[in-house]
Design a protein around this ligand. Structure first.
Ligand code: MOS
Length: 734
């Protein structure tokens, strides 16, 4: 039997998804369901002086209107609201807790009715009087008040002095605006009242156990009172890492009414959740005339809320990636009257590496060196921050294979030197880097005498293909065909898993399945050895594998016992094991994924309309479990990178402290017409240090560097450097 690992296996949940059999949080129907609708604040800061719900309550079919004044009891400590992914510093938001307004679009009342339309109509009748306070929503106006966030990485050398003395210098400021999550699936929670205070919560989340613990702690409920399920997630990519307010409000209403309740947010209300924070990035590079770097400085100033300190690593990628004896970096936060930002695909790297890789391009222009050649001259086989080697790093191969597939050697260096009819043609490139994280995770395998295995773990599948890679790994480890493996996930009662995030799930869950399968194999071998004249007598567990329904000696394939026979003979019709995988960081290696991204743009010479006509992304991410779903991840990330480069921007009217384009008509994302040719290459990257299977994660690595490659291509096409994203055509005319 051919192994499944490493093959382009189609999604095992694919037909359920395209036929509509897959159910999402807002689709679970339960008898007696009531429907809730949020009333959101229309000021960014102040307090609710009066809230009049009488007209809403008078509407036929309205059951209840909950506000901070009549809500059931909720926990009163910050600790109770700290979920697994909450920022360390700060006081998490508590929905409907009291009369304070912390951001525009904050939920301040919840209308519950017999029907969704009734709830939505009645929500418009709730009257609110505010005592408004002065507020700030503009990062640029708050730079002076930004404070430094403590980060563990240490600077090296004297970056300022060596910068001043450098032969060639480049220093510039880059800007990434607020970007909002727009997953296809709206945030929703369907809470089923199971009687006697027990709840089953279908929630859109990346972490069912995180939500389960959070709900228990916020409402003072027992562990077995709450079960959280999320079998399918229609996109999340960071927005569903923390429990969002819909789950709090739906549970609040269900407990008050002792009835099942569904709350689905509107697209507009989703702009009151987390987002990628607007960030100012300042990069200074000092180099010798031959391109070797003397000095790297990277400072980021990002926004956060008044009540929590959200920050990610934007800056230390710069000093990690390229060889430079001197480096310093600093991350600052400015507090604004907004909801706390959240993770969004490759948080920190998508933004910080955008700035770094545009700066490298600008330095290459100043040095008159080919941009890829400059990266090679600064290439480092060691992590420059920790001064350790990588478990594996095939970035040079990414440059080589990516450049070859793109045809980079045909690039004419001068800006505006390449044309296609009326269009200016630009070719740009950039490096991508992300972490190869792993987290403790557990899996359970139940193997039955009929040759079927059920494999379960509480992880989510946010659309990335987790069901499929779990089935592949289990099928290979247990010697079964993939049709005989059933995967269960997205249920808080299943074996332990952290949130699905950071691109850590594939490596972690694969290892959890592998160590659990080891136990299954051990038990099967024991059964086989109890048979008289067992051909496996004397064999150790590591001497055998499970393949094609057999327990087989690795050395001599003729020494084999059928799994079914071994179980039947032993009088066992079910073998069940649960094991946890944990990962030790030996401290002697850095663990990263890398990529080289090449982009072609064609820009209308008169109108400035930009099209991204080709992207090649060459990725080094260890052993690829599934080349089909992994390519899909990179492709999706490249599309997101096109959006980041050219389209995405949340616009705030600072006069009202309110988002102006809180909808997907005016918040632009790439559509089919914006997406042309995308080629994904996985370079071979053997890694026998990171984990026994040599797996890193893919997904987030796919977006890092894309916006920079496109911005660099726009410069090459036009000779115009636009440093603040998105690159809209008006900026090309300035
Ligand atoms: Mo990811 S931004 O950790 O879903």
């Amino acid at each position: 039997m051919k192994p499944y690992i490493g093959t382009p296996t189609s999604r095992v949940d694919g037909s359920a998804k395209v036929t509509g059999a897959a159910q999402y949080a807002g689709e679970f129907n339960v008898p007696g369901l009531a429907y809730a609708c949020v009333v959101a604040s229309t000021i960014p800061k102040g307090r609710i002086a009066r809230i009049d719900t009488s007209r809403a309550l008078a509407v036929e079919g309205v059951i209840e209107v909950l506000t901070h004044q009549n809500r059931p009891k909720m926990a009163g400590t910050d600790k109770a609201y700290k979920d697994d992914v909450a920022p360390e510093e700060g006081s998490p938001f508590r929905p409907l807790y009291d009369d304070t307004v912390k951001f525009n679009g904050q939920p301040i009342a919840l209308v519950v009715a017999e029907e969704w339309e009734i709830a939505r109509f009645a929500a418009t009748l709730v009257r609110v009087e505010y005592e408004a306070e002065a507020y700030a929503t503009d990062l640029h106006a708050r730079i002076d008040k930004a404070f430094v966030v403590k980060k563990p990485d240490k600077p090296r050398g004297d970056a300022a002095k060596t910068y001043t003395a450098a032969q060639v210098r480049h220093e510039a400021e880059y800007f990434i605006p607020i970007e909002h999550h727009n997953p296809m699936e709206l945030f929703a929670s369907t809470v089923r009242w199971d009687g006697a205070g027990k709840l089953t919560v279908y929630d859109k989340t990346q972490g069912v156990q995180n939500v389960q613990r959070y709900v228990c702690s916020v409402f003072g409920m027992n562990d077995d009172d709450v079960r959280v399920m999320s079998p399918f997630v229609g996109g999340a990519f960071g927005s569903g890492l923390r429990p969002q307010y819909e789950v709090v409000l739906a549970v609040l209403a269900a407990r008050k009414l002792e009835r099942s309740v569904r709350l689905m947010l509107t697209r507009q209300q989703m702009y009151g959740l987390g987002y990628r924070p607007a960030t100012i990035e300042r990069v200074a590079l000092g180099a010798k005339a031959d391109g070797r770097l003397d000095s790297i400085s990277h400072e980021a100033i990002a926004m956060t809320s008044q009540y929590e300190e959200f920050s990610r690593n934007d800056t230390s990628w710069s000093a990690q990636l390229y060889k430079s004896a001197n480096a310093k970096y600093e991350h600052k936060l400015a507090r604004l009257d907004v909801p706390t930002p959240s993770d969004m695909r490759a948080p920190g790297a998508a933004t910080g590496v955008y700035a770094l890789e545009c700066a490298m391009d600008e330095l290459a222009v100043a040095l008159k060196i080919d941009p890829m050649e400059l990266r090679l001259r600064c290439y480092s086989d060691r992590d420059q921050n920790q001064d350790v080697p990588f478990t594996s790093k095939q970035l040079k191969e990414c440059y080589r294979q990516g450049a070859e597939a793109f045809g980079w050697d045909k690039r004419k260096p001068e800006p505006r030197s390449m044309r296609d009819g009326n269009e200016l043609v630009g070719w740009g490139m950039a490096t991508g880097v992300w972490e190869a994280l792993q987290m403790p995770m557990a899996a359970r395998i139940v193997l039955t005498g009929n040759g079927h295995a059920e494999v379960s773990c509480a992880t989510s599948d946010i659309g990335t293909g987790t069901y499929t890679i779990m089935a592949q790994v289990a099928a290979d480890m247990l010697g079964l065909s993939i049709e005989n493996v059933t995967i269960k996930l997205g249920d808080s009662t299943l074996p332990q898993s952290p949130v699905e995030g950071g691109s850590w799930t594939a490596a972690s869950v694969a290892q959890a399945i592998a160590v659990t399968a080891d136990e299954v194999r051990k038990e099967l071998l024991g059964l086989a050895q109890k048979m008289s004249n067992s051909p496996l007598a004397g064999a150790q567990p590591d001497d055998v594998i499970l393949a094609d329904g057999m327990i087989v000696s690795k050395e001599d394939a003729k020494r084999a016992v059928s799994i079914a026979d071994a179980m039947r003979h032993g009088g066992v019709d079910r073998i069940e094991h649960e094991q946890s995988a944990s990962f030790k960081d030996d401290g002697k290696h850095a663990q990263n994924t890398h990529s080289a991204v090449f982009a072609e743009v064609k820009i209308d010479g008169q109108l400035g309309v930009i099209r991204v006509t080709r992207v090649v992304s060459a990725v080094a991410a260890g052993r690829i479990l599934n080349t089909k779903t992994a390519s899909n991840q990179i492709m999706g990330s490249v599309v997101w990178g096109i959006g980041m480069a050219l389209h995405e921007e949340t616009l705030v009217d600072h006069h009202f402290g309110r988002i102006m384009n809180a909808n997907i008509a005016e918040y632009h994302v790439p559509v089919n017409a914006d997406v042309h040719d995308i080629k994904v290459i996985f370079v071979d990257e053997p890694d026998n240090i990171i984990n026994p299977l040599g797996i890193k994660g893919v997904g987030e690595i796919g977006i890092v560097g894309v916006a920079a490659a496109i911005a660099n291509a726009v410069y090459h096409a036009t000779g115009k450097r636009v440093r603040d994203l998105p690159i809209t055509l008006d900026k090309l005319q300035r």
